[in-house]
Design a protein around this ligand. Structure first.
Ligand SMILES: Cc1cc2nc3c(=O)[nH]c(=O)nc-3n(C[C@H](O)[C@H](O)[C@H](O)COP(=O)(O)OP(=O)(O)OC[C@H]3O[C@@H](n4cnc5c(N)ncnc54)[C@H](O)[C@@H]3O)c2cc1C
Length: 486
């Protein structure tokens, strides 16, 4: 399918990204990764003896240069690019998957590594609870399409039955139960069976994309002109170029000793919010001040512990009789997430209980119900998205270091939405294809975003929905100073 998935795209993504000024690699620190094994750092390389520190020809001690570049040397690949290149993509969310599809469209094979135990998709997560038949989109809820390239892709997904328009009532809910519907435009889209099935289907019929899952890439090593990837010491293959399609602590750890200081520096500038999710199933429809809730989704205003609520059963299940349980996803505000942050892998029971109570009280207040009158859910689960949404962005489709043959894609490069993740993945896939097809002869021309400054992101706590003006955000994904197309 992938060839055809993108076959209807405009060819605009096939043009190289343009950089406004020439890129200067950090010369004094480059090591060559051509046909020789890179120099192994000595045992004490992280802590040089101050007396033995050498001055460089640039008048600075080697140590101070290393410090400035996050204590690692830049890798420079000098071997010619292979005739049949293979790209390793670490992260199988929207950005990584679209990067793989764009590479395939250009005849480049790739392997996508993802940690997902139940499927691909990352923050396009859908949780199914059996045998009760409960269903929850527990991260991305819906998306809009403002960019024509993304809109074209969404049209294709609509045609193939992978997504559909969300026709349910969506609006803003003020503390006290005042609900105001949002205009029907722009169109809102959802995965037909949830967001995760959309991610899994995207590359189900590809011929040049290999998926390895669940797999947590823990090391990147340049050797013999290739990137060698491994998971806790277990080799996972070698690649001509690599893509980091994830963010947060994991990416910072992976990049810390990779030989990609410029990429690592950009990743470290990224700030991310934290959001609590409460999944709750109720036997009956929720009450609201003057009756029963009829909306399917609401941006909640004026409540610290809740910023969004959506009824997944109404959104995702064809239940005209209304017999299914009502499966709600509630999200906290980013401010509440920050105040109540704990290690997401190890949430203390007392914190989970407190968050659940606070969030259910917040729902009750938002609906304008008397205290303790919200029906008790028969199923609940709390989850912390510790690295939920980016709060700043370089505003560029992707980052690429041609000397290290490595790039980054993800929502945060352009904003905080599925659309920005998709655009970023497509841009990087095409950029790497251009670079590989150039044979790597003039790498400087392909450097993108390595020095770009970051700006704060406008938008709702659960992301940007371009076109939905009342949410206090920009109308479109910001057009970057670097062009996506010529
Ligand atoms: C609570 C919440 C609500 C949201 N709601 C919306 C919404 O309604 N609409 C909207 O448009 N957007 C929403 N978003 C944002 C949207 O989900 C993201 O912008 C988008 O999904 C990001 O895609 P991505 O590919 O950049 O990253 P991700 O989806 O995070 O993908 C990265 C993937 O890499 C994997 N990974 C990480 N480290 C490794 C490793 N070392 N080895 C292998 N794999 C690794 C991760 O497991 C993950 O699968 C929401 C996000 C959150 C958290």
């Amino acid at each position: 399918m992938a060839l055809s998935t993108l076959s209807s795209f405009s060819s605009s993504f096939l043009f190289p990204l343009k950089t406004p000024k020439p890129y200067k690699p950090p010369k004094p620190l480059t090591i060559t990764c051509g046909s020789k094994e890179p120099k192994k750092p000595s045992k004490n390389s992280q802590r040089p003896n101050p007396r033995s520190r050498k001055k460089t020809p640039y008048g600075t001690s080697r140590r101070s240069i290393l410090k400035k570049t996050f204590i690692q040397e830049q890798v420079t690949f000098t071997a010619p690019v292979s005739d049949d290149p293979h790209v390793g993509i670490i992260g199988g969310g929207m950005a990584g998957l679209l990067c793989a599809l764009s590479l395939e469209k250009r005849g480049v094979k790739s392997t996508v590594f993802d940690t997902g135990m139940h499927g691909l998709g990352g923050r396009m997560g859908t949780r199914l609870i059996e045998p009760q038949g409960l269903i929850f989109d527990h991260a991305a809820q819906f998306f809009t399409a403002s960019d024509s390239r993304f809109a074209e892709l969404v049209d294709y997904w609509l045609e193939k039955g992978l997504v559909r328009e969300w026709q349910g009532l969506v609006g803003e809910l003020e503390l006290g139960g005042q609900f105001t519907p949002l205009p029907s435009s722009p169109r809102k889209f959802i995965g037909v069976k949830g967001m995760r099935p959309l991610a899994d289907t995207l590359i189900s019929q590809t011929s040049m994309v290999n998926v390895v899952r669940p797999c947590w890439i823990s090391k990147l090593e340049p050797f013999n002109g290739m990137w060698h990837l491994s998971e806790n010491g277990k080799p996972q293959g070698k690649f001509d170029a690599i893509v980091i399609a994830h963010n947060g602590k994991c990416a910072n750890r992976l990049l810390a000793s990779s030989g990609l200081p410029l990429i690592a520096r950009q990743m470290k500038r990224l700030d991310l919010s934290s959001i609590w999710a409460l999944l709750a199933a109720f036997e009956d429809p929720l009450p609201i001040e003057n009756g029963k809730v009829t909306f399917e989704g609401a941006f909640v205003k004026g409540v610290d512990s809740v910023s969004w609520m959506a009824n997944n059963s109404m959104k995702l299940l064809d239940d005209s009789q209304g017999n299914s349980p009502h499966c709600w996803t509630f999200f906290s505000t980013a401010a509440y997430g920050k105040k109540n942050k704990v290690p997401q892998e190890n949430i203390p029971t007392t914190t989970a209980e407190k968050v659940k109570t606070n969030m259910l009280e917040g729902v009750e207040a938002a609906l304008g119900l008397p205290k303790d009158s919200l029906p008790k859910p028969f199923y609940t689960r709390v989850q912390l998205w510790g690295a939920a949404l980016p709060t700043n962005t370089p505003g560029i489709p992707c980052i690429f270091d041609p000397h290290g043959r490595a790039g980054i894609c993800g929502d945060w490069l352009l904003g905080s939405s599925m659309e920005s993740a998709a655009l970023s993945g497509m841009a990087l896939g095409n950029h790497i294809a251009d670079y590989l097809q150039s044979g790597g002869a003039s790498p400087e021309e392909f450097a993108v975003g390595l020095e770009k400054e970051f700006q704060p992101i406008q938008g709702h706590d659960i992301g940007q929905f371009p076109g939905m003006d009342s949410l206090g955000q920009e109308n479109e994904i910001p057009v970057p100073e670097y062009e996506l197309a010529t």
